[in-house]
Structures are given as C-alpha cells and as structure tokens.
Design a protein around this ligand. Structure first.
Ligand code: ADP
Ligand code: ZN
Length: 520
C-alpha cells in the first residue's frame, strides 16, 4: 500500500526510526486518511509521532493543542532539527518569535503549529487558522477536557467549537483509559460522534506481575529485595513514616537504600533523585511522590509494600520498571487493612459522590486483580480495554491458584454480618462464626444467634483470608459512617439468595477440605 509505504519512508528519513511501535502504524494511517481519531496510549508509548508523521503526509497545516509549554518547545526544536517547518504560539514566546510564527503561517510555510489552549480563546484565531489552511487538529493530553480527570483545563472546551468552525478532522491523544474520561472526550471534542478509537500499547510484556497477601510484610519485602541484591529498585509505601523505617531495615541488611517522600526538603529529594539516576543498585523506598520525571531505563524491580490506591496507580508505578525492555519484576503486597485504609481515604475525600463511587470502582478493579483467579496481565489489560492471551509472565500463569467453591463460606460470612446488624468488623464476625465466646459476643447476645459457631470448619486465619477475598470482591464493604463495620453490598445479594456462586482461592484459605453443608 503506497500510503503506508510513504509513512514508513518518512518514519525512517525524517524521524530516524526503523519501525513503528505497537499501535503507531494503524493510528498514523487513520489520522493521515483524515478520520476522526481517539488514541489511548500509555505515557512514553510514542503518541507525538502519531500526529507529527500524518502532518507531513497531509496538505496544509496541522494545529497541535498541548497544555505543556516545555513539551511544545522541545517538539518544535526536534522537528526543526529534522528539517520540518514547525512553530509554537505560547506565553513563553518573545514578541519576535510570535511574529515569526505568524509570518511563516501566513506564507504557508508551516507544517505544524503548536498552540497553548489559552490562545484558542482569541476571537480572531479561528479566522486566521482557516485562512492559513489548517487541515487537521491534533489534541495532546486530551483528558484535560474532562472534569473527571485531575488536569481539567477549561480552555480545552473551546477545541470542540474550533473543530466545528474549521470543519476539519480531529485526532485526540491521551494516556487515560477509563471509561468516564473517554466518554467525556468524545462528547466534548467530537460532539458525541464516535471517532475511530485505538487503545494500544498498554502491555509491557517484560514486566513480571505478582501479588501476595501480607504475611510479615516487612520480611516479605526484605526477602524480595534480598534476592535482587545490587539491582536498582523502588519500594512504594502507603505512608511517609514507613518509607523511613523500611529504608532503614534495608540498609541494615546491607542494601543501599534511601527514603523519599513529599515531606522531605526539596534539596534532600533532589539528592535522592540524582543518586538513583547515577548509582547502580540503589533502592528508593518512597511514597507515590517519587516517580514523576523518573526516567531511569534500568529499574529492575518495583515492589509495593502497601496496596496502591487504584488500578491506574498500580499500572503507572509498576510501569517505571524495565523501560529498557529487559526483564523486570514486581511484587505487590495487600491485606485487609489496606482495603480498609483505601476505602476510608475515598470516603473521607471531599470529592462529589459520583466521583467517590468511581474511585471505589477503580479500587475494586485493583482488588479484583489482586484476587484474580488466572492471568494477571489479561485481567489488567482487559481493564484498560485491550484483549490479551495468558502471558506466561505472571505468578498466576506460572502457578495457577487452586480454587474451591466458596459460596457456602461466603453465605455464612455475609449472614453473620447481616445478623449482627452490619455493625461489626471482621474480627468480631470471625468470633461469631468460629463460636468464640468473647465478652463482646456475650454482651451483645451474639452467642444466641443461629450463625454462632456455624463456621468452625475454618480456623481464624482461614476466615481472615476469606473475609479479605470477600472484601476484595466487594461483597463486603467497610461502612464509611461506622469505623471498621462491614456492610453487605448489593453485589452480595445473589450470593445470599443462592443465585450466584463464588469461587475463592484455596491458597489464602489453607485448610483444605471443602466446608460441609450446614444450615445457616
Ligand atoms: P508519549 O506517548 O509519552 O507522548 P513520546 O511521543 O514523547 O511519548 O515518545 C516517547 C519516546 O519514544 C520518544 O523519545 C520518541 O522519540 C520515542 N519513539 C516514538 N516512536 C518511536 C519509534 N517508532 N521507534 C523508536 N522510538 C520511538
Ligand atoms: Zn499471566
């Protein structure tokens, strides 16, 4: 095909690349053909090429809207160095620069015009752009049009109007894959008309995925790091205090390790960043504050000492490993406490109720991944909307977990919660299930409940594993109003009524025989 052939020649001759990365070829083809396109690719996936290259294949000027001035200037510099006529109109321009860009535009010399969103407001802009022969609009960081996102830019709302005024195709790019954001992009940039949508390149096959329930978590991290002595790695922690204590524990084991969190002086933070970039084999023990702008290609492992806050957060954090494409490993620890903490953080946030519900959903997706029954990569990629086959490079592909029909156990746990008025945490419910006569049990009269002692076939630890899995499946959820109390969710009703079955993992519930049927 001559179009694609042309694209490949430009790819080599102008950009100096040997081939397209995953997804780039088909996106370039669609954009060059003048289709409306929404492309979702991870950060670092190579989005800019997907509009720069079509810009060179098409007549007229491509208008690029981007919120990042430094990035626009870098791209313009890079394009000019490659012999492409490009210019940027941003607040960082000198008057002379701006004048030169307008002149080049009016003389029909520019192929790419970068523009900061706030410039779109000027009344004269759309007329000038039409006369200058703008034939394509490319929108970088398109999630900025969404109020769901954290980067909402009101000026982005003008892009939709501009597109209609110019009547040209639009190509939008973002790394944010969640459904709400995607819908808002389509509504606001494409006036609701579905663009050709590409979601590609989220798979990072060289990164091994693994999760483990917490069981002496500090030792789990020390063991993981100990087996990777001398390699650069990151340990993410849920709190600032923990970064300090865990870094100390690693140093005591003879590792080079440094703590990093947002509460440190910026000077001290920069020192850690510089050491991490320069040294081989440093472990940085950090909160999520560490990562923006970390572009060390040879990070060999990333461990989570605590559960991340969402599936997106997890993906970003593990994605810092193995940028060089060589094998890299990850380990994510999680426990019932993490689930409680993350739920509480969402419930206590000042966000509006719909936003909090969406955040619970993102946490659920991560918990589903933690408690997955088969290939983690497939589960992860499916969340992002990308289909995948079992990967062979995750803990579950390597040793598939044994499952058992946990419906009976789930029904017992759920009815214990209901019978006690959904007012108690897992500890008390386990006392009831195992028939343990504590003071609290007697005081509340819970030893007279029909559920008292119906769960004796499992020990305490087994029940803890079961409750964690039930919380992970969002069948039980901590009540934001009453600290630690577990509520039975909507999703649990079919299980209670016997209309849905629950497969649970055996490994976290070590006792082997299936629970004997017993009336509830
Ligand atoms: P992002 O998707 O984050 O905007 P960029 O467009 O900045 O990513 O690309 C990330 C890096 O990948 C850049 O250094 C770019 O030069 C490089 N890159 C993009 N496409 C290719 C390719 N086909 N072959 C090799 N390198 C590429
Ligand atoms: Zn797998």
């Amino acid at each position: 095909m001559s179009e694609a052939g042309g694209a490949e020649a430009i790819l080599r001759e102008v950009f100096g690349f040997d081939g397209f990365r995953t997804g780039q070829g088909e996106i370039v083809e669609a954009v060059a053909a003048g289709r409306d396109v929404l492309a979702i690719m991870p950060t670092g996936g190579g989005k800019s090429l997907c509009y720069q290259l079509p810009a060179l294949m098409r007549d007229g000027v491509t208008l690029v809207v981007s919120p990042l001035i430094a990035l626009m200037r870098d791209q313009v510099r890079g394009l000019r160095a490659a012999g492409v006529e490009a210019g940027a109109l941003t607040s960082a321009n000198s008057e002379d620069e701006t004048e030169a860009v307008w002149q080049a535009l009016e003389a029909g010399r520019l192929k790419l015009l970068y523009m900061a969103p706030e410039r779109l407001g000027a009344a004269s802009t759309s007329g000038v752009l039409r006369r200058a022969g703008v034939s394509l609009i490319a929108v970088d960081e398109a999630h900025c049009v969404s109020q769901w996102g954290h980067d909402f830019r009101p000026d982005y709302l003008r892009i939709g109007e501009l597109r209609q005024a110019l009547g040209v195709p639009l190509a939008a790019f973002t790394a944010t894959a969640d459904a709400e954001t995607r819908e808002e992009i389509v509504a606001r940039l494409f006036a609701g008309r579905e663009p050709a949508t590409f979601l590609r390149g989220f798979d990072r096959p060289n990164i091994r995925l693994a999760f483990r329930p917490k069981d002496k978590p500090r030792q789990q991290i020390l063991t993981f790091a100990g087996a990777r002595r001398g390699q650069s790695g990151i340990v993410y922690c849920g709190t600032r205090a923990k970064t300090e204590t865990l870094a100390q524990a690693l140093r005591e084991e003879g590792h080079a390790a440094a703590a990093y969190h947002g509460g440190m002086e910026s000077e001290a933070r920069r020192t850690v960043e510089a050491r991490f970039a320069a040294e081989e084999g440093l472990i940085v023990v950090a909160t999520v504050a560490f990562g923006m702008g970390v572009d060390k290609p040879d990070i060999r492992w990333v461990a989570h000492a605590d559960l991340p806050k969402s599936i997106e957060g997890y993906y970003q954090e593990i994605g810092r490993a193995g940028r060089d494409g060589l094998p890299a490993e990850t380990l994510t620890l999680y426990g019932a406490d993490d689930i409680r903490l993350r739920r509480a953080q969402i419930d206590e946030s000042p966000a509006p109720p719909e936003r909090r519900a969406a955040d619970h959903g993102r946490l659920n997706a991560l918990l589903g991944l933690a408690e997955a029954l088969d290939c983690r990569r497939r589960t992860l990629l499916e969340y992002f909307g990308e289909a995948a086959a079992p990967c062979g490079n995750c803990d579950l592909c390597e040793s598939p977990p044994e499952t058992f029909d946990g419906t009976e156990a789930a029904q017992k746990a759920l009815s214990a919660a209901l019978r006690t008025g959904e007012s108690f945490g897992a500890g008390h419910l386990i006392d009831v299930l195992t028939g343990t006569e504590t003071d609290k049990v007697r005081q509340r009269g819970h030893d007279r409940l029909p559920t008292f002692g119906v769960g004796r076939e499992h020990g305490r630890t087994q029940w803890q594993g079961l409750f964690r899995q039930l919380m992970g499946r969002d069948l039980l959820r901590p009540d934001p109003e009453r600290h630690g109390a577990l509520r039975v969710t909507e999703a649990a009703h079919p299980v209670l009524k016997g209309e849905a079955r629950v497969a649970l993992r055996r490994d976290t519930v070590t006792k082997t025989q299936a629970p004997a049927p017993k009336a509830l």
